[in-house]
Design a binder for this molecule. Sequence first.
Ligand code: C2O
Length: 573
Amino acid sequence: MASFSAVAYYIPYSSSFFPNKPPKFNNRRRNPVVKFTCKAKNGETSPGTLDRRDVLLGLGGLYSTTSLSANPMALADPALPDFKDCIDATQPNKTLINCCPPAPSRIKDYVPSATTVNTRISAQSVEVGSDYYNKYTEAIQKMKNLSPSDPRNFRQQANVHCAYCDGGYTLKGSPKLLYEIHNSWLFFPWHRWYVYFFEKICQKLIDDDTFTLPFWNWDAPQGMQIPSIYNSNVISPLYDCFRNPDHLPPTVINLEWSYGDVQVDPKIQIEYNLAIMYTQMITQSKTPNDFFGKAYRAGDDITTLDGAGTIEQTPHNHVHTWTGTAVDQSNPIDMGALYSAARDPIFFAHHANVDRMWTIWLNNLGGSNFTDKDWLNAYFIFYNEEAKPVRVRVKDCLDITKLGYQYEDVPIPWLDGSVKPKPRAKAKTLPSAPDPAQVFPTTLDKPISVIVKRPKKSGTGSSEEILIIEGIEYDKRNYVKFNVFINEDNVNASRPNNTEFLGSFSNLPHGHRMTVKTNKKFRISQVLEELGARDYDKVLVTLIPKSSPVKINDGMLCRGGLFGEEHDTLVFQ
Ligand code: C2O
């Protein structure tokens, strides 16, 4: 069924990638899989990379009954928002909300070229009542006092986030697809620009161009609670009453928080958090695709892009839900849902720290930015400190000194291998469990364990084995989370600082009126090595639901091959 002409369709995009032998299709599974050995350069999404979605497209409609639909004619352009037609976004409670900023006219291109560099400091180091605190609260108060129609007004600023992520904009081009700045490689650069302009507006309002926003240093023990400046008193402009009352200081944050989790001893929670940081920033973040998320281009359907990067999922999502979700997981407020998240001033400190992770990944961990033009040329529109609309590009935010800021050099305790997760129990005999084919599709409403066969050759040299959970389906408006364990015969005994805890899949409630179907990948070569299970021919995978149920349609598999270099390049037997 897999005709070769399907692949030839891609020749116009790159004539150089084509291997001597045609890729083979393996139709053992519902989704075709490509045997293909194009070596992509580290971090680059080579135009020759054939991913499964492309293959589906190439099959010319054979698979069009799946939800994997994108515009095949537009694969080689950046994903751009269409600003002309901002529409109402949807709230998780399904009502509509108008987040559209005033329609921008006469948009100017903006390239920053700061000559002085200010230092963003850690929020926990700021004392209530200090000069800095007074400036910060003055800036936010002035922002709140601006006319509601001023695009720099605090609520208008929060709405910028809402419009960009809750269905306010469509993707330029046709057919009309929703545009979104989460769940893809746009996540880091969009939020960097967003915080940048918010900071510029603060500077302008207090007439101090040395002012910087603080960062919520949730990755270090001293910062692992809501910084006191956000909780000083209820009339402070930095206060937000829509925070989870159980999570006020000195409660230690849980970077893998699931709705309903019980609080553990603070010291232990800190150990878990450091282990989680290690896992997310180091073990699971080997390539730009891992770290930033997946390519999102013109014509891509965000609802089928398995696009979120490691940090966006954990800890980013959980810091949101931990801070903002109270009472009822079906009705999250402020930080707990994307349409309202930036109504809490702590949002900008949270995202300054997310942004700091980007700098750490590049400077301390040898990471690199994408060199793909569709990433570099993607643009966004913001209102600047003069309330004028500007167009900014990803490529112009890569050097933060040109943006005029840097981060205070605070300790990064999770860089130290001593916090790395340790096996709970080495080299266990795996209990028996059904094969994925016997279990999926299923609704994840109770814990599920399956035994997944491993590819014959994997985990050697530079190749890396990936565990993929395929076809995770949910409504984007819902809070979703499930935890994933590997080779763990007693999940109740397993903790986030155990190697057996691989991580989680999560969705922060968005307003999009849509069902999402996505995949989740984990790197497992190193994990299996540490568990003493390198030579096992199977792995035991356990999923523990932590939210209202999601559906898993397509199952689970392990793949080995060139994933070390490039997610989308598959080589396996
Ligand atoms: Cu745009 Cu933390 O989300």
